[in-house]
Design a protein around this ligand. Structure first.
Ligand code: HEC
Length: 157
């Protein structure tokens, strides 16, 4: 009897703990922001890493856009690939944990869209019609706008 009670206690504790982990995974490390957005609370180093990735995003969008204008499909494919999922390789898991699920979705969604642009550029090497790529880049940038409208990264005190 005693053993069964102990077993149940362990089961309940494990369930509570896994519930806590799932909740953490979904909500991330957040607080409300005074400007109506959601603060994602990171350490100084984590924040610096995300912001440097952001500046790299802007460089990538400019580079891909210019390469589309110049009709240089090899360059489009290269730059877009660099900004795609390949860039996530070095993101620490401890940082990902702190991002709310919605932010992770928008972030990975943006990476995937860069990969799609890279694929399109590879398969449309010969065509002069860049409208498809332009549209893909337009849609990708809606992700930048959406995420910035919802989340901010407060400077650690
Ligand atoms: C998953 C969410 C997300 C996506 C997607 C996203 N950003 Fe950001 N970005 C942020 C957050 C959060 C900040 C910090 C904003 C704040 O604190 O007000 C930021 C900041 C920036 C900054 C300022 C960097 C600095 O040094 O202060 C730039 C530039 C930027 N983003 C560009 C982009 C571009 C370009 C894209 C799309 C290709 C993009 N971002 C997509 C979340 C995102």
């Amino acid at each position: 009897m005693k053993n069964i009670k102990l077993l149940w206690t362990i089961i309940i504790l494990l369930l509570a703990f896994s519930g806590f982990l799932v909740n953490k995974f979904i909500s991330g490390n957040v607080t409300p922001s005074e400007d109506g957005r959601t603060n994602v609370v990171l350490t100084k180093d984590e924040r610096n890493l995300v912001l440097s990735e952001m500046r790299a995003f802007l460089v990538s969008v400019q580079g891909v856009s210019q390469a589309i204008t110049e009709n240089d499909m090899v360059k489009v494919a290269q730059l877009a690939h660099k900004a795609g999922m390949a860039a996530e390789e070095n993101t620490p898991g401890s940082l990902l944990q702190k991002l709310p699920l919605g932010m992770k979705k928008l972030g990975f969604g943006t990476r995937n869209k860069f990969d799609e642009i890279s694929t399109t550029a590879k398969t449309t090497k010969t065509t002069k019609d860049t409208t498809v790529l332009r549209k893909q880049l337009d849609t990708l940038m809606l992700n930048c706008i959406a995420c910035h409208a919802i989340y901010r990264l407060p400077e650690p005190k």
